[in-house]
Design a protein around this ligand. Structure first.
Ligand SMILES: Nc1nc2c(ncn2[C@@H]2O[C@H](COP(=O)(O)OP(=O)(O)O)[C@@H](O)[C@H]2O)c(=O)[nH]1
Ligand SMILES: [Mg+2]
Length: 305
């Protein structure tokens, strides 16, 4: 499951956001024990498919949400705090914008800087050690670290490195290699962020959880496919460019193992045609072998032995 970390200064509304996403009420104050919960992405396509298929049950994709205690803006985060982020897939920088004192642009930039400073120091430490020494850069990593420093100096993040470079520095405890999004909590002050993939919340309007997850999905280059099994319509989230066999593995390991083929139809074609059964009879389903790629919003039926 995708792991989402909520990162931000104290009083920025992280726990409020956590509660909206997970429906949980609890709060903890230990900086190394987050509030952890599951957030449900109520993808409206699932209800559309259920409606046309007259299916009774809808199963939505889920995300793991981690809400960490924040530190005050002037104080910053202790270095060991960042280990909270190592095993997460995406960092959401939560920025308070619900009081007259809010300064969302400044706070957002300052949070991004905290992440970048941490990585800069961490890389310098690894480069300072002798190559190959414990805690130092391994073979092939030093070059990537140097490229990384150039990015960080230009106020960019390590997630702009190419996939190959990112792979080389996997497990080196850097944080901006991950996807980073900004979430503006409230609309007390106007803001103009050049940072990509930002999501925001309108204080007057209702909370847009779907918009939140959509931003996460886009930022992580994920796609959704759907299955219809009897009364159950279910949505599944996988990396883009996943193969039919990999998608099968998401549903069940047995389907992956015994994979024969998959039948696929894009959601909008299914809606136009009116039912999976009709589409099948019309012969418009596309058959996929194990290595064919799944497209976003494909409705899939797996055949397996
Ligand atoms: N008006 C308003 N108050 C909020 C909002 N989000 C959080 N707060 C308040 O701001 C304070 C800090 O919120 P909290 O979620 O605990 O912040 P955290 O320290 O980042 O976890 C609490 O008193 C909340 O009630 C919001 O969207 N609107
Ligand atoms: Mg909190």
């Amino acid at each position: 499951m995708v792991k989402i970390a909520l990162f931000g200064y104290a009083q920025s509304g992280k726990t409020a956001l956590f509660r909206r996403l997970t429906g949980k009420k609890e709060d903890v104050y230990d900086p190394f024990k987050p509030n952890a919960g599951v957030g449900i992405y109520k993808d409206c396509n699932i209800a559309r498919i259920a409606e046309i298929q007259k299916a009774r049950k809808m199963v939505y994709p889920e995300f793991e949400i981690y809400d960490f205690k924040g530190f005050p803006e002037g104080e910053g985060f202790p270095a060991n705090y960042y280990r909270n982020l190592f095993d997460k897939d995406i960092i959401i920088c939560v920025v308070g914008n619900f009081s007259p004192e809010a300064h969302p642009e400044k706070e957002a930039m300052s949070l991004l800087m905290e992440l970048a400073f941490y990585d800069t120091e961490r890389i310098q430490k690894m480069l300072d050690k002798e190559q190959g020494a414990s805690g130092g850069a391994a073979k092939g990593q030093a070059e990537v670290f140097k490229k990384g420093l150039v990015l960080l100096e230009k106020e960019k993040m390590l997630n702009e490195l190419c996939a190959e470079d990112k792979k080389l520095i996997q497990g080196t405890e850097l944080v901006t290699v991950k996807s980073v999004l900004i979430y503006i909590n409230g609309d007390a002050k106007p803001f103009n962020l050049s940072f990509p993939f930002s999501a925001s919340r309108n204080e007057g309007g209702s909370f847009d959880a779907e918009g939140f997850y959509e931003a996460v999905i886009k930022s992580l280059s994920l796609i959704t496919f759907y299955t219809i099994k009897g009364e159950i319509v279910q949505g599944w989230i996988i990396p883009s460019r996943s193969t039919a066999r990999q998608a099968a593995g998401k549903v069940h390991k047995d389907i992956e193992k015994g994979f024969i083929k998959a039948a696929a139809l894009h959601l909008k074609d299914l809606i136009e045609i009116g039912s999976w059964h009709t589409a099948k009879n019309m012969g418009v389903l596309k058959f996929l072998g194990p290595n064919s790629e799944i497209n976003d919003c494909d409705v899939i039926e797996f055949f397996f032995s």
